[in-house]
Design a protein around this ligand. Structure first.
Ligand code: ZN
Length: 162
């Protein structure tokens, strides 16, 4: 499989709010192949997360890299977030070469479906929580350049774009 092209800012598809995926689509073999391609695209780009609109699809879903392997989040929703926040530098595969400090909740509780249509509850913290918040921002049409401080442009010397 070849990686999918990644949509780059200022493409307006990055500004659209995602549409919830009808879960019956997950029974479609072609759709499962698309999810595999999203994962492959994330790894090929050396990213740690990728939202569907970053590959030009309107669906409310994202893939994230975890220490236990890639995780597909279908129709994810943050149902609780800690008031305590932490600021850290982030990059984005759709805004290459730009870095900025983004404040995020340290802990988030998320509900979603996995690719087998099982409902999942996730208690994420630290970098995992940051990645999920970054991807859910994408699914709401929000980019790091909307909220980052101390934005700098640089070469792609780091490999943890989201
Ligand atoms: Zn991003």
């Amino acid at each position: 499989m070849t990686p999918l092209p990644i949509v780059q800012h200022p493409d307006e598809r990055l500004r659209r709010k995602a549409t919830d995926l009808p879960l019956q689509r997950l029974a479609d073999h072609e759709f499962q192949k698309f999810l595999d391609r999203m994962i492959e695209t994330m790894f090929a780009a050396e990213g740690v997360g990728l939202a569907a609109n970053q590959v030009g699809e309107p669906w409310n879903l994202a893939v994230v890299s975890t220490k236990d392997g890639p995780l597909v989040l279908i129709n994810p929703k943050i149902i609780r977030r800690s008031l305590r926040k932490e600021t850290s530098e982030e990059g984005c595969l759709s805004v290459p070469g730009v870095w900025g400090e983004v404040s995020r909740s340290i802990l988030v509780k998320v509900t979603a479906y996995d690719r087998q249509e099982h409902k999942i509850d996730i208690n994420a913290e630290g970098l995992f929580a940051r990645i999920i918040q970054h991807e859910i921002d994408h699914l709401n049409g929000i980019l790091i350049i909307d909220k980052a401080k101390n934005v700098r442009e640089a070469g792609r010397e780091k490999n943890n774009d989201l």
